[in-house]
Write a protein that binds this ligand. Structure first.
Ligand code: SAM
Ligand code: SF4
Ligand code: SF4
Length: 366
């Protein structure tokens, strides 16, 4: 894809956005945001214990993960997806926990990829994964209809990587997964790195150098305050502007026009060898562009990553026309939606007010 080059704006600039694509009026929320994307968490368990997401001290052996009986079956998840697709959703991202731990994930991918959106185009299926099982699954996922994959990778340094996943998993196997994804035709693969000050901020430039000239888009994410990590503090958040400055000390960056509803501010290295994105969820929240709904594997709809309440969609599965019943429930909920938690959290923080409760990232999928 040819990236358009424009004069450098500040990192959060919106003035270069193309006009938003209008969704049906029925699917716009209270802040006029259309419902465009679904993030479907297909399992709440994970084989990693990333310290910033599922720290061991909280997600130990006795943690009450959902039982197999509480998780929706493929057939039920497909009904839910059908409901969303009938409302105009064209992109479904499978996430978790670790989505590749779900048995038969390929048939779920296949079921979604074979749906047509309201525009007649096939529904686009993407996945976010820790990459640990990707080397052996990339080809079958691609054959099943997966179009895009995002792999989380916080460090190239093996010792740091093992410490961050906290299950001693070697970085080399994730790198092999990324290579397999590119080889299977899932390029451009996105690689996400959560930057935690004092832990892996020294890995920003090594990651840039490693992926230059490859089929990878590298994105740096600010460390968010999610449920679980007791170690979170504002001082451990490295703001995107600071991460970007590290990259700019070595490489000039040219901004890429931002698509509406895109979470990252993207840049190209001036020599065109790598696209780098910055996701500034903490320092510059982007709630105004948020067009994503989230569904957990037990069938609960979350209208925001930080929502503490949810809407039960499971009960709609018993209706005579389940996909229609789900569409009705989702439409009602979306039309009432006014969530903009990251913005509000920043305002509360600035005013020294008590914070909202935080989300369990591994349940709603990031
Ligand atoms: N297990 C998969 C993975 O790690 O890619 C998918 C689920 S994970 C919850 C989805 C994304 O959330 C990952 O890219 C992860 O880095 C991100 N994430 C988890 N905890 C985070 C935190 N505290 N701050 C920012 N991003 C976080
Ligand atoms: Fe698992 Fe992903 Fe959370 Fe890491 S970020 S613990 S891989 S769900
Ligand atoms: Fe969307 Fe909620 Fe995140 Fe804001 S805080 S961008 S509304 S998910």
């Amino acid at each position: 894809m040819q990236a358009a080059l424009v004069a450098p704006p500040p990192i959060v600039s919106r003035q270069l956005n193309p006009p938003p694509v209008l969704a049906p009026a029925a699917c716009r929320d209270q802040l006029d945001r259309p419902l465009k994307d679904l993030r479907l968490s297909v399992i709440d368990q994970c084989n990693f214990r990333c310290t910033y997401c599922m720290p061991k001290e909280r997600f130990g052996r006795d943690y009450p993960f959902l039982s197999p009986g509480q998780r929706l079956s493929d057939r039920e998840l497909l009904q839910i997806v059908r409901g969303f697709v009938s409302l105009g959703v064209e992109k479904v991202r499978l996430t978790g926990g670790e989505p590749l731990l779900r048995k038969g994930i390929e048939s779920l991918v296949e079921g979604i990829a074979s749906m047509s959106s309201t525009t007649g185009r096939p529904v686009e299926v993407a996945m976010t994964t820790n990459g640990s099982l990707l080397a052996r699954k990339a080809r079958s996922l691609r054959d099943a209809g997966l179009r895009r994959v995002t792999v989380s990778l916080d460090s190239l340094d093996d010792r740091t990587f093992r410490a961050m996943n906290d299950v001693d998993f070697p970085v080399q196997r994730v790198l092999e997964g990324i290579d397999a994804a590119c080889a299977a035709g899932l390029a451009p693969v996105k690689v996400n790195c959560v930057v935690e000050r004092g832990t892996n901020d020294g890995q920003v430039l090594p990651l840039v150098e490693h992926f230059r000239g490859s089929d990878v888009t590298l994105r740096f994410i600010e460390y968010m305050d999610v449920e679980g990590p007791s170690a979170w503090s504002r001082s451990r958040v490295m703001p995107s502007d600071e991460i970007r400055a590290i990259v700019e000390r070595a490489h000039a960056l040219v901004p890429v026009v931002r698509r509406s509803s895109e979470t990252a501010s993207n840049f190209l290295l001036a020599d065109g060898s790598l696209k780098v994105g910055f996701i500034s969820s903490v320092s510059h929240p982007f709630c105004g562009d948020c067009t994503r709904a989230r569904v957990s594997v037990d069938g609960r709809l979350f209208l925001c990553l930080f929502a503490t309440d949810s809407i039960d969609l499971r009960c709609q599965l018993a209706a005579s026309r389940p996909a229609e019943a789900i569409a009705d429930a989702v439409r009602d909920a979306w039309q009432a939606r006014g969530d903009r938690y990251s913005e509000l959290r920043e305002e509360r923080r600035a005013n020294g007010k008590r914070q909202y409760p935080t989300v369990r990232m591994s349940l709603v999928g990031g």
